[in-house]
Design a protein around this ligand. Structure first.
Ligand SMILES: [Zn+2]
Length: 195
């Protein structure tokens, strides 16, 4: 995944950061900015928070705290691990800061191709450790998602094979169309949004 772009900035300063959630949901494509899990996999949008990249306690003004560029869509689990962590200059030099996915492409620092994410740099290593990105539950859930998506792809292939059959009656066409709709709804149940 490349750098995320915030394109739904409401351009309004609200004191209640929760008001930004619907906009962040769109900009972060209904997925956690840190672990990439989608809403259905974490129990729906209620399990997602508006995370302050620079923690609230470290900000001096509402403008700094609730600037849209300081807000991140994160699942409750990642947000809990992140807590109020904010590095000083030395820790930044030591590459011990949380990746802002809107400023740095996480894929440069983390290899996400396997269920167990691997560090590609010291910064990637710090993020994996700090946010427990390769915890056993996360690995298990990524594996389950991978398996489900593979099954869906197999079903889609089966649908294409059915369509390629000759001769094909109109009843079969209707059945295949219904079948494809079911597959798409199944994909939606995994990848979201759920609610
Ligand atoms: Zn997360």
């Amino acid at each position: 995944m490349a750098i995320r772009v915030r394109s739904n900035n409401p351009n309004t300063l609200w004191v209640d950061h929760k008001k930004y959630k619907p906009f962040l949901r769109l900009d972060f494509e209904h997925a956690c900015a840190y672990c990439d899990f989608t809403e259905p996999q974490r129990g729906g949008s209620r399990a997602f928070h508006v995370d302050h990249y620079k923690p609230q306690k470290k900000c001096r003004t509402v403008k700094e705290r609730n600037a849209y560029t300081n807000l991140i869509y994160a699942c409750g689990i990642c947000n809990e691990w992140k807590k109020v962590y904010w590095p000083n200059k030395l820790l930044i030099l030591l590459q011990q800061f949380i990746l802002d996915p809107c400023k740095i492409d996480p894929d440069i620092h983390i290899d996400k191709t396997a269920p167990r994410w691997q560090a590609k740099s010291p910064l990637g290593h710090f993020n994996i450790e700090k946010l427990h990105l390769s915890s056993k539950p996360n690995i298990d859930d990524r594996r389950a998602r991978e398996d489900a998506l593979t099954t869906i792809s197999d079903l889609e292939q089966l649908g294409r094979e059915l369509l390629a059959r000759d001769p094909l009656g109109s009843d079969t066409l209707k059945t295949v169309a219904r079948y494809n709709r079911q597959i798409q709804s199944l994909r939606g149940m995994i990848m979201g949004p759920k609610d």
